[in-house]
Design a protein around this ligand. Structure first.
Ligand SMILES: Nc1ncnc2c1ncn2[C@@H]1O[C@H](COP(=O)(O)OP(=O)(O)OP(=O)(O)O)[C@@H](O)[C@H]1O
Ligand SMILES: [Mg+2]
Length: 341
């Protein structure tokens, strides 16, 4: 029996795990539900989602990771413990974990990440910066002397970074990510259509018809919410063109984050990026038109990476397969995925 080495992408909306030699074995919501009265943990992940949809307000949802950092260590620990149990089955051996953390976080947050992993049952915890993992997962060779740029648009946070010689040279961490787009849509519907909708509906609309540049064929959807004047349910129509208007401010924030990184980057590395383009990763990069918008605004070609939503965990996996957490590239192993543990 060997100690398992597991890469853990602890995201704001989902947790993914990669077991060395096996590939991705888990992708679950980054969510726990507790009983409001007793504080007892009832379920984590997709079980928690199912339970919440059936509870009549007696349960509280807790998202232990916000903006890429652990904000509820106790709950994060219990969630990771539950997922490790799922992945490892009954193995008595403690695993070694490789966790990703945003670039530039405080020593306290780093320590929290390590301690949380240890408390969740790890034998050893190593850390890797998210932009390095995302870039590796996107197939970039970040060890080379030339500059590479990756923009990871997640749910709670967007990491824009330039890497060279295996390190992060410049970065920004911004809120211009999935959750922020959802909130913008909710605000827009409140203001323009006097309609209150929930976060889940906003996310569904964003995925189905949302865009930051016009779609070839405009789309529309009926949206059901609560009329703010009457207090009664009401259904109205929303079009893709309207989502573009709602997303404008957040899209501008995203472009500004990219501009700030380029501004901090030495000119010779900027010219490498201009030649090679910007790689987009994270689920948020799947928002329609985001690659073309970044290309238009920056003048640098932006491409959505293959398996964009899995790039970070694939990058952690690549580092594990190489036998070290130090950045490198292992493109031949990157796409190795398993659908079940
Ligand atoms: N097709 C799509 N169109 C638009 N947005 C999408 C699409 N698919 C996924 N998303 C968004 O991607 C986000 C989730 O991305 P991801 O899984 O990379 O986040 P995360 O890693 O959990 O969060 P973070 O990195 O911020 O901690 C959600 O906001 C989701 O709505
Ligand atoms: Mg992420």
């Amino acid at each position: 029996m060997f100690v398992k080495e597991i890469g853990v992408d602890l995201g704001s909306s989902s947790v993914s795990m990669y077991v060395r030699g096996r590939g991705i074995v888990l992708r679950e919501p980054s969510l726990a539900v507790v009983d409001r009265a007793s504080g007892e943990l009832k379920a984590v992940g997709s079980d928690a989602e199912a339970l919440l949809s059936r509870s009549a307000g007696s349960l509280a949802a807790i998202r232990p990771v916000r903006c890429g950092v652990i904000t509820n260590a106790g709950m994060a620990e219990r969630m990771i413990r539950a997922y490790l149990k799922k992945v490892l089955g009954g193995s008595p051996l403690k695993p070694d974990l490789l966790l990703c953390i945003p670039a530039g976080i405080s020593e306290v947050s780093e320590r929290t990440a390590k301690d949380t992993g240890m408390q969740a049952g790890a034998r050893r915890v190593r850390l890797m910066q998210t932009p390095a993992a995302a870039a590796l997962g996107a197939g970039l060779d970040i060890r080379r002397a030339a500059g590479s740029m990756v923009v990871d648009i997640g749910h709670g946070v967007c990491h824009a970074a330039v890497l060279a010689l295996g390190s992060v040279v410049a970065f920004t961490t911004s809120l211009a990510a999935g959750e922020h787009f959802d909130a913008a849509l909710m605000r827009w519907l409140r203001r323009k259509k006097n309609l209150l909708i929930g976060e889940r509906s906003a996310e569904e609309i964003k995925r189905a018809i949302g865009c930051v540049l016009p779609r070839e064929e405009p789309l529309s959807l009926p949206v059901r919410g609560r009329d703010l004047s009457s207090g009664f349910p009401r259904t109205c129509e929303i079009t893709s063109v309207e989502t573009q208007e709602a997303f404008l401010g957040t899209a501008e924030e995203l472009i500004e984050a990219i501009r700030l990184v380029l501004e901090q980057t030495p000119p010779e590395l900027v010219s490498d990026i201009t030649r090679d383009g910007i790689r987009l990763t994270g689920g948020g990069s799947l928002l329609y038109g985001i690659d073309r918008l970044i290309t238009e605004k920056t003048g640098i070609c932006a491409y959505v990476a293959e398996d964009a939503a899995d790039c970070t965990v694939l990058g952690l996996g690549a580092a594990l397969e190489k036998g070290s957490a130090s950045p490198g590239s292992a493109p031949h192993l990157l796409r190795r995925k398993l659908s079940k543990a």
